[in-house]
Design a protein around this ligand. Structure first.
Ligand SMILES: Cc1ncc(C[n+]2csc(CCOP(=O)(O)OP(=O)(O)O)c2C)c(N)n1
Length: 323
């Protein structure tokens, strides 16, 4: 199966935006203009954009610390991300979240820094949707390293037992922080663990945007129509280091070379050119437009007001009577 040209072009534009956002972040760091650490998702754009593409506005996304892919994919704007990144008063968390993105407008409840502790939050959100009979799916986007956390098993068990509308989307990028996955996993794949909880699963080519989109669309439809959870594992590769302070050295150059030949953005562009849905000239114009969007978002965020001291104490505690 293949997606229509218009759909594919939209996903391509989002992948370009994700890459441009992270490249801008990298250059601002290098120039010493910001001090915000980074965990880039270079090479993983087809996973992040493909898994969020089929979600509706009302669906809930629990995202990861790695890059901005799924946040852009779910509908967060470049401007909102930069306002929050720079800790501005007009950011989606009024500057208190910065790297830990959260945006209620597009149903992203926020990243928990203690990785894996939100497995149960995602299952809780899906339980609420089921109890309230809402037409809402929760997508828990998670790294394979985080799937070794203690909450993973019990969360999947309850999600399956109660047939909850949740999709576990595992982004296997071959690394768990500063080491290869094989140092943490006795198996090559995470997905078959789902069978132990009677959850259907599938392994997907994470470099192919059509494959990631279509597999996720199927899993979301399964969850939305009352059949319970689904687990998808997307095979990809983290082309960036773990974070901006990572000294590197542990990544095999032959892996970078091998996976670099299957860059998801290049693969998508080749498809579009082949289908004559894009010309080299139109591609260049699109890239310039995307770059202008990112540059504009950064400039606007630098110019936006900082929080006052009083602002910093607002929304920290629940108001009396709420709890
Ligand atoms: C409970 C907990 N342990 C350790 C960390 C430190 N840490 C941050 S990212 C990361 C790697 C997670 O690997 P994975 O889930 O595969 O995501 P990736 O970084 O590969 O995208 C670790 C161990 C943390 N934030 N929380």
């Amino acid at each position: 199966m293949s997606l229509g040209n218009e759909k594919l072009l939209g996903l391509y534009r989002k992948m370009l935006l994700v890459r441009a956002m992270e490249e801008k972040h990298g250059s601002l760091l290098q120039e010493g203009k910001i001090q915000l650490m980074s965990h880039f998702g270079t090479g993983q754009e087809a996973v992040a954009v493909g898994v969020t593409g089929p979600l509706k506005q009302d669906d809930i996304l629990f995202g990861t610390h790695r890059g901005v892919g799924e946040y852009i994919g779910k509908g967060m704007s470049a401007k909102d991300i930069w306002l929050e990144y720079l800790g501005k008063r007009t950011g989606t968390c009024k500057g208190k979240g910065t790297l830990h993105l959260c945006d209620r407008k597009v149903n992203i409840p926020g990243l928990v820094s203690s990785l894996g502790s939100d497995f149960s939050h995602a299952v809780g959100a899906a339980l609420a949707a089921k109890m309230k009979k809402w037409d809402q799916v929760t997508l828990y986007f998670v790294g394979e390293g985080t799937c070794n956390q203690g909450e993973a098993g019990p969360s999947m068990c309850m999600a399956s037992l109660w047939k909850l509308p949740v999709v576990f989307a595992v982004c296997t990028n071959q690394f768990c922080e500063l080491s290869y996955m094989c140092d943490h996993y006795p198996t090559d794949d995470v997905a078959p663990r789902a069978a132990g909880y009677d959850i259907p699963f599938e392994i997907v080519d994470g470099q192919d945007i059509e494959a990631t989109y279509e597999a996720t669309e199927k899993a979301i439809a399964h969850a939305r129509t009352g059949n319970g959870p689904y687990l998808l594992e997307y095979k990809t590769f983290r082309m960036a280091l773990h974070f901006s302070g990572d000294p590197g050295g542990y990544v095999k150059p032959e892996d970078l070379e091998k996976w670099g030949k299957r860059d998801p953005i290049d693969l998508c562009k080749a498809k579009l050119l082949e289908r004559k849905a894009l010309t080299p000239d139109a591609d260049e114009k699109l890239r310039q437009k995307v770059q202008a969007e990112v540059d504009g978002a950064v400039d606007a965020a630098f110019a936006a007001p900082d929080p006052t001291v009083d602002d910093l104490f607002e929304d920290v505690y629940a108001q009396k009577g709420v709890i």
